[in-house]
Design a protein around this ligand. Structure first.
Ligand code: ZN
Length: 211
């Protein structure tokens, strides 16, 4: 059976099962979504949030791209953040990177003018900011550390965005947190970057911004 045929067959079975086991579940979900988490993760097929964190459908609003970058000049990223924060009032934003990330390795190994290379330039900026630390590490550790620093950088990009800052200003709950996923043991690790307010974020980065 082809992958597509398998996909459709699996879907049919899943739909039958869920309607039998949980009557009304899909009808309830179809009325509205109230996700608890905005997930910003990598497109890598091994790191989809649904299975990693075991939350039911309707719990996670998802944005994924190569190397889990929250690009402040990318309309897609901004539209997702705006909708999640302003419309859905999602209280938690999780940026999830992962070890063994192909995007991180590509950014370290080469550059170019293809779309993925240009996208990964944003990762090279992170590398350049931390080159002194990273260049002292052997290749695998260097890539893993860059994956961690990339998560921190994307958390920073989200916190400094007007959408989040305005939400904090009006007292809305928005908790921005960075985690990294280890594809070898399946565990998420916190990276010590978690901000619930503009003050907490500014204290961490030692910066002062006027809103
Ligand atoms: Zn990846």
């Amino acid at each position: 059976m082809s992958s597509i045929k398998q996909m459709l067959e699996n879907n049919r079975k899943w739909s039958e099962r869920i309607r039998k086991e949980s009557p009304g579940y899909l009808e309830t979900l179809s009325n509205a979504q109230t996700p608890e988490i905005l997930w910003v993760g990598c497109s890598d097929s091994r790191v989809g949030p649904d299975q990693l964190i075991g939350l039911p459908m309707g719990s996670v609003f998802v944005h994924r791209n190569v190397a889990n970058i929250f690009a402040t000049n990318d309309l897609n990223c901004l539209a997702v953040l705006e909708y999640a924060v302003d419309e859905l009032k999602v209280p938690n934003i999780v940026v999830c990177g992962h070890y063994g990330c192909g995007g991180v390795h590509a950014a370290l190994e080469h550059s170019g003018v293809q779309p993925v290379d240009l996208w990964l330039d944003q990762l090279r900026f992170v590398y350049n900011r931390h080159a002194e630390e990273l260049n002292q590490l052997p290749p695998t550790e260097r890539a893993n550390r860059l994956a961690e620093l990339n998560v921190e950088s994307q958390v920073h990009n989200i916190c400094r965005n007007t959408i989040v800052r305005e939400a904090w200003k009006r007292g809305q709950e928005v908790n921005v947190i960075g985690v990294i996923y280890d594809i070898h043991d399946g565990l998420l690790k916190q990276l010590g970057v978690e901000f619930r307010s503009r003050e907490a974020w500014e204290a961490h980065y030692g910066e002062s911004f006027s809103v």
